[in-house]
Design a protein around this ligand. Structure first.
Ligand code: PMP
Length: 446
């Protein structure tokens, strides 16, 4: 199996040559917060299928809903007015859940990148319908991540995800992330929030407000290294967007459905967006699903059109796949019944309190940060200067390997070790995760 993996399977987001030389993890089985690899090695799942498996593996109600849907209607499309029962039920459920957000309607797709693409397209079309076709530009954050399609790549901050595919979408501009640990401006988080919000305002003014369609950002950045903005940042962003009429898009692909310790990340900041990009946790990773939630301000403009120009050309064959929609409905039942966001907030705080001590005890841990059950541990080569460990350092990989050996799967992203376990993780399992990581960092430090 390992030889076939190296020979036949092309691994995206991994160096093909390196993959052929190493023996990567091959996961064979999952149950709750545990996974087993093909060698029978049992591990706590600290990755959660890349922020997706919120209810853990082999969740019985989700499995039963999937099987029942297989028997009732395995597949039909949501396309050109045709739809199916689960899609309608799920759209109603989401709009009701997001009533405090002022969400009016939901457009489905098949994953996070698709949900982002949908939001960017709806933003441009919204301005065209309003007779302001010049408003086509997008502004986003330098450490932001918004998926792999051309629109999402164009608003992505990290150039590593873009460079090989340029030229990208014209009219995309990036401003500084309010990042407490790495910024040249200030150590005062509130002042940092003001400075970075002001940078966004300056960029809007510089571009010409009547040319900017939308600002897109994650309420808490995930892939960029789990970067939590100061509490005043999003409220200021909302004010600035309102001042210039710019649409605000919240990419909640990671933060949505409890991961941030709130049902939606925007609730952390007491701010409403105009659109929310949703995926991953919506169906607990069981079947791929994406959704773009759209507020009344936007929906009304589309509803008012009588010319046909408001038909949105963003229908995938597998948008709102019935099995995915059934999985999502069963997922949302449990997320609400078990108060998964509250649980994530409580055990996440415990996780962070314990691991924060690594900053004092480990010579190469510079920062530990996060909210809910999204946690980043940044490894540095120079603590005083806060110099992130470079790609050539083998230390992050050695920490991951030591954790793996001790029974914990983690993810390394650049200098960061990222933890995103299933949201059903117990306090005891969190303690186990911390024990393993403390041991792994200590072993590598020796
Ligand atoms: N937006 C964010 C914030 C993400 O983290 C991701 C994926 N990690 C995406 C979009 C893309 O989602 P997908 O991989 O499901 O296409």
């Amino acid at each position: 199996l390992k030889a076939d993996n190296a020979q036949y399977l092309w691994h995206p987001m991994a160096h093909p040559g390196a993959m052929k030389k190493s023996t990567p993890d091959i996961i064979a089985k999952g149950e709750g917060c545990w996974i087993w690899d093909v060698d029978g090695h049992k591990m706590l799942d600290g990755v959660g299928g890349l922020w997706a498996c919120n209810l853990g593996h082999s969740n019985k109600p989700v499995r039963d809903a999937i099987v029942a849907q297989m028997d009732e209607l395995p597949f039909y499309n949501v396309f050109r007015g045709t739809t199916h029962v689960r899609a309608i039920e799920l759209s109603k459920r989401l709009v009701q859940m997001m009533e405090p957000e002022g969400v009016a309607t939901v457009m489905f797709s098949t994953g996070g990148s698709d949900a982002v693409e949908g939001a960017l397209k709806v933003a441009r079309q919204y301005w065209k319908l309003k007779g302001q076709a010049d408003r086509f530009k997008f502004i986003s954050l330098r450490q932001g991540y918004h998926g792999v399609h051309f629109g999402g790549m164009s608003v992505n901050g990290n150039t590593n995800f873009r460079r090989a595919y340029e030229p990208l979408l014209p009219g995309c501009f990036h401003v500084d992330t309010p990042w407490a640990y790495h910024n040249p401006y200030t150590d005062d988080p509130i002042r940092l929030g003001e400075i970075c919000a002001e940078m966004l305002e300056r960029e809007i003014v510089f571009q010409g407000p009547d040319t900017v369609a939308a600002f897109i950002a994650e309420p808490v950045q995930g892939a960029g290294g789990v970067i939590v903005p100061p509490p005043n940042y999003w409220p200021l962003v909302r004010q600035i967007c309102d001042k210039y009429g710019v649409l605000l898009i919240a990419d909640e692909v990671v933060t949505g459905f409890g991961r941030s310790g709130e049902m939606f990340g925007t609730r952390l900041w007491g701010v409403n967006a105009d659109m929310w990009c949703l995926a991953k946790g919506i169906s607990s990773g069981y079947i791929p699903l994406g959704a773009t939630a759209i507020n009344r301000r936007i929906a009304e403009v589309f509803d008012a059109d009588t010319t046909g120009a408001a038909s949105v050309s963003h229908g995938y064959t597998y948008s709102a796949h019935p099995i995915a929609a059934a999985a999502a409905l069963a997922t949302l039942d449990q997320i609400e019944a078990l108060d998964i966001p509250g649980h994530a907030a409580r055990v996440g705080e415990h996780l962070q309190t314990r691991l924060r001590k690594l900053v004092d005890t480990c010579a190469f841990v510079g920062d530990v940060r996060g909210v809910g059950l999204m946690l980043g541990i940044e490894m540095v080569s120079d603590k005083a200067k806060r110099t992130p460990m470079t790609r050539t350092s083998d230390i992050p990989a050695r920490v991951a390997k030591a954790a793996y050996k001790a029974g914990l799967m983690v993810r390394i992203s650049g200098p960061n070790l990222i933890l995103s376990p299933p949201l059903i993780i117990t306090r005891e399992q969190v303690d186990l995760m911390c024990d393993v990581l403390e041991g792994a960092f200590a072993a590598v430090q020796e």
